[in-house]
Write a protein of this length. Structure first.
Length: 257
C-alpha cells in the first residue's frame, strides 16, 4: 500500500467515523441509534474494514469493541485512526476466523457492508460460528445492498449507471477496465477484484444460510428509494417485485432460534 493510498483510506474511514451523514452510512447510523442501546455491551465488529464504524460505536456508547478484518491493510489504517482519536475501548485485529475461530461471546455482532463480499459457502460457516459466539439474547446485525439494488455493483462512484450489474458482462468488464484503479485493500486491491468478489447476495440467500446456522430473523428493514419521498412512504418496506429493485439496503437482525 502506498503512502497516498494509506492517507486516502484514513480520510475515508475518518469521514465514516465522524460524519453522521456519510453517504452510505447515514441510514445505518440513524437506525442503529433508534434500535439499540450499546451501553455496557460487548461488541464484535466483524469485517470492520478501516474502522470508521468501530470507532463510531466505541465513542458514542460506553461499550467494549473488538473489531476484526481479514485484510491487513484495512487493519493498519484502522489502528492509525484509533491512535489519532485515542480510543482505548476498541481493539483492532487482523484475523481469519476460519483459521483462528472466535472463543469469546458478544452481546452484539455487526456485519456492516460485509456479507456481500464473502463467498456464500464461507459466509455460511461464519454465520454458524457467530451464532455460537452470541451471549444469551444477543443479536447479529447485518446490513448490505441486495443484488437487485441500483448500487449493488459497488461501481457507482466511478460508473454512474444504476443496475450496471445487469448489463451485458462484456460491456461491464470493458467499463471496469477503463476505470480500474488500486484500492486500499490487500485482498481486494483494485476495482476489478472488488467487483468479482461480490457474491450477488439476496435476502433469500442470506435467510437460508442464517436458518441453517440456527438463526432466526428478529427484525428486517428494506430501505428503499421510495422512503425518501417521506410522509406515508417514510417507513414503508416495499420489497415485492418490481419494487425490490428500488431497495438500496437491507437491515437484518438475527438471533439464535
Ligand atoms: C466494504 S468493507 C466494510 C467495512 C466496514 N464494516 C465498514 O462498514 O466500513 C468489507 C470488509 O469485509 C472484510 N471481509 C471480507 N471477508 C472477510 C472475512 N472472511 N473475514 C473478515 N473480514 C472480511 C473486507 O476485508 C472488508 O474490509
Amino acid at each position: 500500500m502506498t503512502e497516498a493510498q494509506f492517507l486516502e483510506g484514513l480520510s475515508y474511514a475518518e469521514d465514516n467515523f465522524k460524519n453522521e451523514n456519510a453517504p452510505h452510512l447515514h441510514v445505518d447510523k440513524k437506525l442503529i441509534r433508534e434500535k439499540f442501546d450499546l451501553t455496557g455491551k460487548k461488541i464484535l465488529d466483524f469485517g470492520c474494514g478501516m474502522g470508521g464504524m468501530s470507532l463510531w460505536y466505541a465513542t458514542n456508547w460506553d461499550c467494549e469493541v473488538y473489531a476484526l478484518d481479514i485484510d491487513g491493510h484495512h487493519i493498519d489504517v484502522a489502528k492509525s485512526l484509533q491512535k489519532k482519536h485515542n480510543a482505548s475501548n476498541v481493539t483492532f485485529e487482523k484475523r481469519d476466523v476460519l483459521e483462528t475461530p472466535l472463543t469469546e461471546q458478544y452481546d452484539m455482532v455487526f456485519l456492516n457492508d460485509v456479507a456481500e463480499h464473502i463467498p456464500l459457502e464461507i459466509l455460511g460457516k461464519i454465520l454458524s460460528q457467530l451464532a455460537f459466539s452470541l451471549k444469551k439474547g444477543g443479536s447479529i446485525f447485518v446490513t448490505y445492498p441486495p443484488w437487485r439494488s441500483p448500487y449493488a455493483s459497488h461501481l457507482n462512484h466511478v460508473i454512474k449507471t444504476p443496475w450496471i450489474q445487469f448489463f451485458p458482462q462484456s460491456y461491464v468488464e470493458g467499463l471496469i477496465e477503463k476505470h480500474n484503479h488500486p484500492l486500499v485493500g490487500d485482498l481486494e486491491s483494485d476495482l476489478k477484484e472488488a467487483y468479482h468478489g461480490l457474491n450477488k447476495l439476496t435476502h433469500e440467500k442470506i435467510y437460508k444460510l442464517a436458518s441453517e446456522a440456527g438463526l432466526k430473523v428478529a427484525y428486517r428493514k428494506s430501505h428503499s428509494i421510495i422512503n425518501r419521498a417521506g410522509g406515508p412512504f417514510k417507513n414503508i418496506n416495499l420489497r415485492v417485485w418490481p419494487f425490490d429493485f428500488l431497495v438500496t439496503k437491507e437491515f437484518l437482525q438475527l438471533q439464535n432460534k
